[in-house]
Design a protein around this ligand. Sequence first.
Ligand code: C2O
Ligand code: CU
Ligand code: CU
Length: 490
Amino acid sequence: MNSIFNSRVSRRALLKAGTGLLLASALPPFAVRAAASGEYRIVATPARARLTGDGRPQTDVWTYDGKVPGSLVRLRQGEPARLVVENRLDQETTVHWHGIRLPIAMDGVPGLTQPPIRPGESFVYEFTPPDAGTFWYHPHANSLEQLGRGLAGALIVEEREPPAVDRDLLWVVSDWRLTDGARIAAGFGNGMEAAMSGRVGNTVTLNGRVSEAEPFRAGERVRLRLVNTSLARIMALRFEGHRPVIVAIDGQPSDPHEPEGGRILLGPAMRVDLMLDMRGEPGKRYDVIDDFYDGLSYRLTELAYDEKAPMREHPLDALLALPRNPLPEPDLASAERHALKLQGGMMSMGGTSDMGGMMGGGMMGGGMMGTGQMGMETRAAWAINGLSMTGDGHAGMEPALTFKRGRSITLTLSNATAWWHPMHFHGHSMRVLTRNGKPVPHRQWQDTVLMAPKDVVEVAFVADNPGDWMLHCHVTDHQMAGLMTVLRVA
Ligand code: C2O
Ligand code: CU
Ligand code: CU
């Protein structure tokens, strides 16, 4: 462990002594500013965006408030929020507040938790976020196309006592499939893709632009919040010349640690908060590389330093750890044990795997049946415990498991497929206990657990939030094609 983890000076002492804490006056566009009000009006609307930089045509997108990514929502921990969502799209939508532990009626799943918001109508979401951290919001209706055309925004819940940093920055990273004319390519819901890695695109934006460079000052400490809003793209980020420290995953504080091999894994829907001491030299540039897919690494952006002399000689001597959130601790000794097996997907170009007798039987209906694009039949390609729930969620989904409210639960998730899956659970955070039989350091809390092919991951949580909660893969094609189930807390 790096010695910077061991602070000798408390944050309060530091603030009092005022040892070089800079409060920047002119913050870049996505700096996280102070003080939120709990009232928001968010409009889902078509708009145009310049995703690829200058000299290319503008792209038709679907947005929150005309922006890509959508408006940044900032709430305060433990304070009531009211978010009015108006639908100016020409189709139904909803908003799901991803990762927030909120009442089921506010969860944004059409048919299951609320009626869809029809064009021209509004819906009022009201909840009090119990946890501080980095979250996001997105539609849960026609998800592939609505998310794939740009409907996503970050949601930050501020700590009551935020950590001492010079700047708090947000990077929303999003993957797009664009044509040569920078239009969003049609063909959402391609059956072949749905059975493989999902719709991985060809253009990655950072806060809505390709490779936007942030100016940094040598010596400053930055809290950098990463949010991956991609439909399917998994990222593994390396910060050349820097040593990022992970302080939260999915909004939930971690024991500060450096990522394994220096690579920050960020599956679709995942968030990672980093502390970054800017140790580079004034005037220099350092690449941020995504090398998740073999042979397809690219530069996401660069860390560009201004010419100014370092702000301080030594890294800020303050605590890196974030304050804990009030999550109920599962009692492992008395926990009920359950298992969920992820099945399906292409094994090779020739066939599907491990679907047993589930094709044709056990179907739950939904949005993806019938003949899809490219003449391929788009049917359930995935299943959980032999059952395919398809689409975005809908009325009449029978829960796969029912838990008594207040019980501690362990779930063993086994990936019996040849593909990666970021598995997401609504309404709860899960402690990740083991991966492939090995204890996971710090038992990180997460709402989205990235599973490699053949991984077996054991998670635990207290089923304290009553309702019918979705559990699904956040590779949206996988969700739509059956990698989804419902867990009831009653
Ligand atoms: Cu962000 Cu049902 O998901
Ligand atoms: Cu969610
Ligand atoms: Cu998946």
